[in-house]
Design a protein around this ligand. Structure first.
Ligand code: AMP
Ligand code: MG
Length: 399
């Protein structure tokens, strides 16, 4: 192993340390619409039967099947619309005009659709060879029975699940909470897109990449702030942003004279868990903790920021939400690839069925390749030569 990397930990150790420092997930009662996309934390039991009554599935006529001999005309006594009901018990040989969703009255058990009926004043005759007892009636409780389990804890709340839950009259559900995330980007050189830049300045893109990636996970950061390369200002900003589950900083985490993030974090009482990982990009990655707040100091280069987010922060978000965001696949390397030993490489890749090509332009300041990549390929620390046809691990990026 190279001596140069002696003060760094491996990717595996870094991930283990992060996992050991994660807090247990929280459960939060959430309005149904906001809960869509979250994992249900407690099973849902139906407070009612649904349908709550025997319901017509058709616009037609309800009648007693046994009280009809197959040819006789039926006398139509009244009309029942969806939303209303009848207290009368239907007599054999009688029928009610009924509409979809309306309660089938006592005494009736079958509905004939209106297209299969000939109307003769107050009478109808049925022309439907296929009609059977119970036809076109949705029985009370045939979807959910009062007190029965409707959805088990641990399922994803899909839009259809939202509809099911709303349909049993429940407006709020317990889900695993999303983490509260704050972002601080550091650097004197940074200017927000949409403004002119002058000599020496660059556009601030890290918060954009992070916010876009978070938004794909259904998370909006509570706050995003910019700070210059000045220690006191960095301390102030960190102190004001520490009240969250995950604080993400970008830039200023290396060893340059103007890199104040690690010293400022220390002065804010953030305990370092590790600093520097044997990886490329993202070697200077910092991870620490204050109280229950997890603090990630990501190196400023945009490709390092995105890589560290996918590799280290997404798994932490998963611990909170209990959702799995990325598929990890074993793919076949389309070309041979060489690297120095000592660092795990995370490379922007493009898949084609079971093959993956490593894209050109892997330096940590370049986003061109990342922008069109669909996966991050992980090449292990010590290995130098990877042959075309070899199997490698690729994590698919949500797109
Ligand atoms: P640093 O980690 O602060 O030394 O920054 C490393 C590189 O990333 C430098 O070239 C910075 O200008 C650049 N950089 C830092 N922060 C950002 C940002 N928010 N957006 C775009 N580039 C950045
Ligand atoms: Mg900087």
């Amino acid at each position: 192993m190279s001596l140069y990397y002696i003060d760094m930990i491996s990717v595996i150790e870094a991930k283990k340390l992060i996992e050991e420092n994660c807090e247990p997930s929280r459960i939060i009662l959430t309005p149904l619409l906001e809960a869509c996309g979250s994992i249900l934390a407690e099973s849902i039991f139906s407070p009612i039967d649904t349908p709550p009554f025997d319901q017509s599935a058709m616009d037609g006529f309800a009648f007693s099947f046994d009280g009809w001999n197959g040819k006789n005309e039926l006398f139509v006594t009244e009309e029942i619309q969806a939303g209303s009901f009848s207290n009368n018990t239907l007599k054999p040989g009688h029928a009610v005009r009924i509409f979809t969703g309306a309660p089938v009255p006592k005494g009736a058990d079958s509905v004939v659709m209106q297209e299969k009926v000939v109307i003769n004043g107050q009478y109808i005759s049925i022309d439907d060879q296929m009609l059977s007892k119970g036809a076109n009636v949705r029985l009370s409780g045939s979807q959910t029975k009062k007190g029965a389990i409707v959805l088990e804890a641990g399922v994803l709340i899909t839009p259809a699940a939202v509809s099911l839950i709303a349909g049993i009259g429940i407006a709020d559900v317990n889900v695993f909470a999303k983490p509260k995330i704050n972002i601080i980007v550091t650097g004197n050189e940074l200017v927000k897109p949409g403004h002119p830049i002058s000599e020496g300045q660059i556009y601030e893109s890290n918060s954009y990449g992070l916010m876009a990636a978070l938004s794909q996970l259904g998370i909006i950061p509570d706050s995003v702030v910019m700070v210059g390369d000045e220690e006191d200002e960095t301390i102030d900003k960190i102190m004001s942003q520490l009240k969250c589950d995950i604080l993400i900083l970008t830039g200023g985490v290396s060893m340059g004279n103007y890199d104040f993030v690690t010293s400022a974090l220390d002065k804010c009482g953030v305990t370092k868990v590790f600093h520097k990982v044997k990886q490329k990009p993202g070697k200077p990655l910092f991870f620490g903790k204050k109280g229950s707040t997890l603090v990630f100091g990501l190196p400023g280069n945009p490709a390092a920021v995105m890589t560290c987010f996918y590799e280290y922060i997404v798994p932490v978000i998963s611990r909170f939400t209990r959702k799995k965001y990325y598929k990890s696949l074993q793919l076949t390397l389309a070309q041979s690839y060489g690297k120095k030993p000592g660092l795990t490489h995370f490379l922007k890749g493009k898949t084609n069925e079971s093959y993956v090509t490593i894209l050109p332009g892997q330096e940590s300041y370049l986003m061109n390749s990342f922008a069109v990549a669909d996966c991050v390929v992980e090449l292990e620390e010590e290995k130098e030569h990877f042959n075309a046809g070899e199997s490698v691990v690729a994590k698919m990026i949500v797109r």
